[in-house]
Every structure is written in structure tokens, then in C-alpha cells.
Design a protein around this ligand. Structure first.
Ligand SMILES: [Zn+2]
Length: 121
């Protein structure tokens, strides 16, 4: 399993997605912080420069995956900080622990990334 994946929290968990995201040989990642499925690419092939290319449909069953929540987490950070941070990724690194997992978004966003409940709801 990739280090950012947690099998119990996969929002899309068909049999093949579940097994493939656990398989370290498969360059597939689920990042619960952003609710994002990605294919990991290396440039040039085999080199250590890694890029995560987000995917929107399951490669095995074809079902639409949940929308990633990158915009939403940065909106939350702006609200918590009272403005735009100079460096979003540095702000995220220093953010409260809930932002480092799926705790900040569970129950708050629908499949398409629309807000359905506030942080305290
Ligand atoms: Zn699937």
C-alpha cells in the first residue's frame, strides 16, 4: 500500500481498485487529505522526479471517482488563516492535524465536491 493510502477510507472501493491501490507494484495512489486518486509518474522513466496525475474514473470498473477536494482544502485554510497564505503547501504542512487526513472533509462534501455541511455541522 502507498504511504498516504488508508484502506478503510477509500471512497471508491470496487474490488480491483481496493486491491490495486494496496499493491506497491502499481503506481496508483489514493490521498485521503485531498480525496484524490492519482497515477504516479516518474520523469524520465525510472528517475526519482515523481508527479501525481489525478484520475476521474476508475480504470477497472469505469465508475466516476469522487471529485478531488484541493480547491476546498485551500478555501478552508484561507478561512482559518483569515486570508491567502504565501505558500499553500507550507500552510497545509503547518495546519491542524485534521487537515492531514480525511477528517476535515468527511461528511462535509458530496461526491461532486459540493459543500453539504459546515465544519461544525
Ligand atoms: Zn472501480
Amino acid at each position: 500500500m502507498n504511504s498516504t493510502s488508508t484502506e478503510s477510507t477509500l471512497p471508491h472501493a470496487c474490488e480491483l481498485m481496493t486491491s490495486q491501490v494496496r499493491d506497491e507494484r502499481v503506481p496508483l495512489q489514493y490521498d485521503p487529505q485531498f480525496r484524490e486518486y492519482s497515477i504516479l509518474l516518474t520523469f524520465p522513466p525510472g528517475d526519482s522526479i515523481r508527479v501525481a496525475q489525478g484520475i476521474t474514473y476508475c480504470p477497472w470498473c469505469g465508475e466516476k471517482l469522487p471529485a478531488d477536494l484541493r480547491d476546498q482544502i485551500f478555501d478552508d485554510l484561507e478561512r482559518d488563516l483569515g486570508g491567502e497564505p504565501d505558500d499553500y503547501f507550507e500552510a497545509l504542512r503547518l495546519a491542524p492535524k485534521k487537515y492531514h487526513s480525511d477528517l476535515w472533509w468527511r461528511g462535509r462534501y458530496d461526491w461532486d465536491g459540493n459543500l453539504i455541511a459546515g465544519p461544525g455541522d
